[in-house]
Write a protein that binds this ligand. Sequence first.
Ligand code: HEM
Length: 492
Amino acid sequence: MELLFLILSSIVFSIFLYHGFDLHRKRKMPPGPAGLPIIGNLLDLGPKPHESLAKLSQKHGPLMTIRLGSITSVVASTPDAAREILQRKDEACSGRIVPDAVTALDNHEAAVLWIPPNDEWRTIRKALNTFLTHQHKLDTLRDLREKVVDGMLEFLEESGKKKASVDIGKLAFAVALNQMSNTCLSQNVTSYESDDIGGFKTAVKTLMEVDGKFNIADIFPVLKPLDPQNIRRQAKAAYDWFDEVTEGFIKERLKHRKQVERFGDMLDSLLDYSENNDTDFNLIHIKTLLVDLFLAGTETSSNTTEWAMTELLLNPDMFSRLREEVSKIVGENGKIQEEKILDLPYLNAVIKETMRLHLSVPLLVPHKTETKVELGKYTVPKNTQILVNAWAIARDARYWKDPLMFNPERFMGKDQLDYKGQHFEFLPFGSGRRMCPGIPLAHRVVSLMVASFVYHFDWTLPHPKEEMDMSDIFGITLLRSTPLLACPISVK
Ligand code: HEM
């Protein structure tokens, strides 16, 4: 009872604190749905905010204001509105609102995902780019990535022999995790058979889940000390685990670097950057960056792969066409080499179309205004949350013919229609200064997995394809509501 009273009075207090300013702001802010006292538009959003916001924007326009508790947000729902935010007013709109769960990470103030776009953030992005944007550095680790895929193929062979269905999303997650750990640390961190309780799989899954949960303390900041849904406490256990493990990897590597040759992976690259540049980029940044990379790059890649396979299993003609394309570049040893698949037009079109229709991060990672800013004819105050509904834009019939159809053909012969942030109707990786730095790696990891699934195996579904559940669950990434299960039959 006391707790309830405390929560209610805190809510009223925060409304009093923040709402007063809102009254003044409202006149110049973009229009939006009328909200209820205290909770604002919370009930308008429901469990699938990307869908509800898309519907609301049809009534209220491409730039719309919504209010959740004491947090005011502006939502962009057309390519032009996205361009205004991510390109024209990029500098003012590239802050972040830090979710309460993330503050459980001891060094979240050094985390590239969450810090404001200041000098420290620029240094971290620079250090990251010394590895991620250099194709030759990514090439150096090609053998390791191909080995990860060999392990995956062995697992699938065995499952096929036993006629066992495989949970493709779960497998793709473990593979993406090993691809990330090989890129960062030159080693595997999980296996395909076990659930790796207490290890990397659990830590990354837990954090993706809790960081993506709706948290009442995020919209009523005065509740933060109470952590009423226990979210920060759950996140803390996983972040602490990560902290200890990454620190161990770094200590080990520092010893190793004194004795033997470099691995040439991301960790070496970051340590080189820290040693050779006169900046404040230090071991805390490196440790925190490793955590960020596992979180930002694993589930996004596996979930894109799972959706691509879902669509390919529903569309056998596309599956066959892709297999034919991949067959042409497979070497005599029957292996798919990463460098040969990166420019396959149909494979690229399938992956782009998957990213359009099943956008992995539907509202991007929320941005925040760093200063007062003019967006079109509106004035938006400092510290307003900015959401870009990339999901809605990618399914809007004004920009895409038959937008709900899976049709890779729309990307064929259109190499210029890319996901590198220049085409505001297609933003799976965002755009502007906060755009995803992991595109070259994501491209390799997803392409290698999809090509291998399609080339090496026929697949049978445990149900008629008409019964495939295509619904999704909103979180940091848009996951399938039901796992994709299929039995692999080797075509050797
Ligand atoms: C299919 C896979 C992926 C998708 C769909 C994806 C998508 C995104 C999106 C939408 C953002 C937010 C952009 C914004 O706020 O405007 C982002 C940020 C980020 N991504 Fe990715 N990503 C993927 C893979 C990766 C990989 C493999 C890595 C690492 C190697 C990575 C590292 C990051 C980082 C560090 C950020 C934060 C950047 C910042 O705040 O400055 N991502 N990603």
